[in-house]
Design a protein around this ligand. Sequence first.
Ligand code: NAG
Length: 161
Amino acid sequence: MFKYLCAIVILLTVAYSSAEVIENARCSRGPDARNIKSEVHEIRVIPCAEADDGEPCKMRKGTNATIEIDFTPTVNVRRPKAGMYWMSRVDMIFRGLKPNACQDMPCPIQSGTRYTYSTTIPLGRELPAGQYPIKLKISERRNIIFCQTLRIKLMEPDDSE
Ligand SMILES: *[C@@H]1O[C@H](CO)[C@@H](O)[C@H](O)[C@H]1NC(C)=O
């Protein structure tokens, strides 16, 4: 019995930890798609129980979301800036992300070394509910260190869906 329980716990742990790896979708349009200076290995979003189904990550206003990106830059970077945007006809700033990327990863970073960018974003009550593509971009002057798009579905705190 105990053996079975252990097996179940391990299976659940594996299922849970793999559920949050989302599709690697680098920015494909506009100036952000050019000049990308890194290889992105993996993107994890918490919460994102929907990741395995390729559905937008469901998140609730009034909670925090965490995004982690493993990447290897092909340039040295000293003072990267971070920006997050709603992708619409024009990109609109998504407030809450720390603009100084060094607060969310080690700085300076060196070409050819693997790093993890990890940020936690408060999902404010004032944000509009709905499903959106989001763009997360780390850049230093003209170099785009990475630029990824992800899809989220932002729900009201009491939405029962
Ligand atoms: C969100 O993160 C902030 C800062 O780390 C923390 O103070 C707050 O309690 C978190 N909120 C929730 C709902 O977890």
